[in-house]
Design a protein around this ligand. Structure first.
Ligand code: ADP
Length: 404
C-alpha cells in the first residue's frame, strides 16, 4: 500500500495515442517561487519536488502555508514568480494556459457543479469544451458515472443529490477528459466524517485502477497519511519542511515542526497506514434465522471469536447471538446485540474509531458486496500497536512472534 511502484504508468502517454486507456504523467516543481503582488513575504519559496506518474502527492500544512497557491501554480490559475513546473517533462509555461487547464483535472471542495445542467451534462463539461463528438461524450459520461457508482443519476440535477454523491460527480467530472494530472483541493473537506471516510475509500479504490498523478491539498494530517503515496509538509512561507512517504513521516519526522504537526499520537496514526483487508482477521461463524442453535454454539466455540454472527436473507450481518439467543432451539430473526459492520477498505484507524464510538469490542468485516470476511477486534488492533510495526505484513504473526 502507498506503493511508489508506478512503473506501469511511467513515461509519456496521451489520450490521443492510447484512446480509452488511463493516462498519467510525472510532475516536477523546480525551485518554484511565488510572491503575490504587493506582498513582502513569498507565499512559496524555492519549492522543489517530484511526483511520479500515477502517485498521489499530498500537500499539507497549517493554514496560510501556501498549499493552495502551490497547487494553483500547476494549472496556471496563478502565475509563477520564478522557477518552473514540468508536466510530463515539459514546462507548463510553454503552452496556452486555457488549454493547460482543460488538460488537468480539477476537483474542489465546493464541487462547483452547474445547478441547471444535468449530472451527465456536468460531467461532459470539459470533453465538450475540447470539441469531442456527441457519441464519444456520451460513452465517456456513461463510463464515468458507472465508475463512481452513480449511473442512475445521469438525468438528475445537482440539487437532487446528497453532498457525498455530488462530490463523486465532481471527481467524475475531473476525470472526464482522462487528464494526465488531477488537482484536488480539499475535495472531501465539507463532508461529514462518516461519508468522508467512505468517499476516501472509494476514491482510493478508483485510484488503484486509474493510477492518475494527483496533487491533493488538505490541512488534515490524518487525511494526508491515508491518501498520500508521498506527503509534502509545508511550513509558513511555502517552504518544504519534509517530503516523504507516510511511514517515513511518522517514523522519522525531519524536525520539531514536522513532529508537532504530525502530532503526539504518532503511534496511533500508524493505524492509518494499514487497511483492514491487510490484516489477519478472526474467523467468525455465520448463521441464519431458523438454524439450530446447537450447531451455532458448536461452531462459535471452535472459532477465534467464540460468537456466531447472524446474517439476514441477503447475507448482511445483523448482530451477534447472545447466550440468551442460544438458549432457544432455533436462531432468532433479531439478535440480542447489533453488529458494528466494518468495510475491508477502511484503515485500521477508522475501524478502531468506529468500534470505540459504538462501544463494541469487535465487528464483522465485509467486502464491497457486503459479504462477511471475518471479524476485527480491539484486541487484534492493540496487539498490532504493541508490536511497533508500521507495515502491513502479517501483523498478527509478528505480534505473536514478539510476545514472550
Ligand atoms: P493555504 O492554502 O496553505 O491555506 P494559501 O496558498 O491560500 O495557503 O496562502 C499562502 C499565503 O499567500 C498566505 O499568506 C495568503 O494570505 C497569501 N495569499 C493567498 N492568496 C493570495 C492573493 N490572491 N493575494 C495575496 N496574497 C495571497
Amino acid at each position: 500500500m502507498n506503493s511508489t511502484d508506478t512503473a506501469q504508468a511511467e513515461g509519456k502517454s496521451t489520450s490521443a495515442e492510447r484512446p480509452g486507456r488511463s493516462t498519467a504523467a510525472p510532475l516536477e516543481f523546480r525551485h518554484v517561487n511565488k510572491v503575490y503582488p504587493g506582498a513582502t513575504e513569498p507565499a512559496i519559496e524555492d519549492l522543489s519536488l517530484e511526483v511520479g506518474a500515477g502517485e498521489i502527492c499530498v500537500l499539507v500544512g497549517p493554514s496560510g502555508c501556501g498549499k493552495t497557491t502551490a497547487m494553483r501554480l500547476v494549472n496556471r490559475m496563478i502565475d509563477l514568480t520564478s522557477g518552473d513546473i514540468l508536466l510530463d517533462g515539459e514546462s507548463i509555461m510553454t503552452g496556452d494556459p486555457v488549454r493547460l487547464r482543460r488538460e488537468i483535472g480539477y476537483v474542489i471542495q465546493q464541487i462547483g457543479l452547474f445547478p441547471h445542467r444535468t449530472i451527465a451534462q456536468n460531467v461532459a463539461t470539459v470533453p465538450k469544451l475540447l470539441g469531442w463528438n456527441r457519441d464519444r461524450i456520451r460513452a465517456r459520461t456513461t463510463e464515468l458515472l458507472e465508475l463512481v457508482g452513480l449511473a442512475e443519476m445521469a438525468d438528475r440535477y445537482p440539487g437532487q443529490l446528497s453532498g457525498g454523491q455530488r462530490q463523486r460527480i465532481g471527481v467524475a467530472r475531473g476525470l472526464a477528459a482522462d487528464p494526465p494530472l488531477m488537482l484536488m483541493d480539499e475535495p472531501f473537506g465539507a463532508i461529514d466524517p462518516i461519508t468522508r471516510e467512505r468517499l476516501q475509500n472509494q476514491f482510493l479504490r478508483l485510484q488503484a485502477d486509474l493510477r492518475k498523478t494527483i496533487v491533493f491539498v488538505t490541512h488534515d494530517i490524518d487525511e494526508a497519511i491515508k491518501m498520500g503515496d508521498r506527503i509534502a509538509v509545508l511550513r509558513k512561507g511555502g517552504r518544504l519542511a519534509q517530503y516523504a512517504t507516510p511511514a517515513e513521516l511518522l517514523m522519522n519526522p525531519a524536525d520539531d515542526f514536522v513532529e508537532d504537526f504530525v502530532g503526539a499520537d504518532r503511534a496511533l496514526k500508524r493505524l492509518a497506514l494499514l487497511r483492514v483487508r491487510d490484516f489477519d482477521l478472526w474467523s467468525t461463524p455465520t448463521v441464519r434465522p431458523g438454524d439450530p442453535t446447537a450447531a451455532a454454539r458448536e461452531q462459535a466455540e471452535r472459532s477465534d471469536l467464540h460468537h456466531a454472527l447472524l446474517l439476514d436473507d441477503h447475507g448482511r450481518p445483523q448482530g451477534w447471538l447472545s447466550e440468551r439467543d442460544l438458549r432457544a432451539d432455533a436462531v432468532p430473526e433479531i439478535p440480542d446485540t447489533v453488529a458494528v459492520v466494518i468495510d475491508r477498505d477502511s484503515t485500521l484507524r477508522d475501524a478502531l474509531a468506529q468500534l470505540l464510538e459504538d462501544g463494541a469490542q469487535y465487528g464483522p468485516v465485509v467486502d464491497s458486496e457486503g459479504r462477511v470476511l471475518g471479524a476485527l477486534s480491539v484486541e487484534l488492533i492493540s496487539r498490532f500497536l504493541a508490536s511497533g510495526d508500521t507495515t502491513a505484513e502479517a501483523p498478527t504473526d509478528r505480534a505473536e512472534a514478539a510476545a514472550p
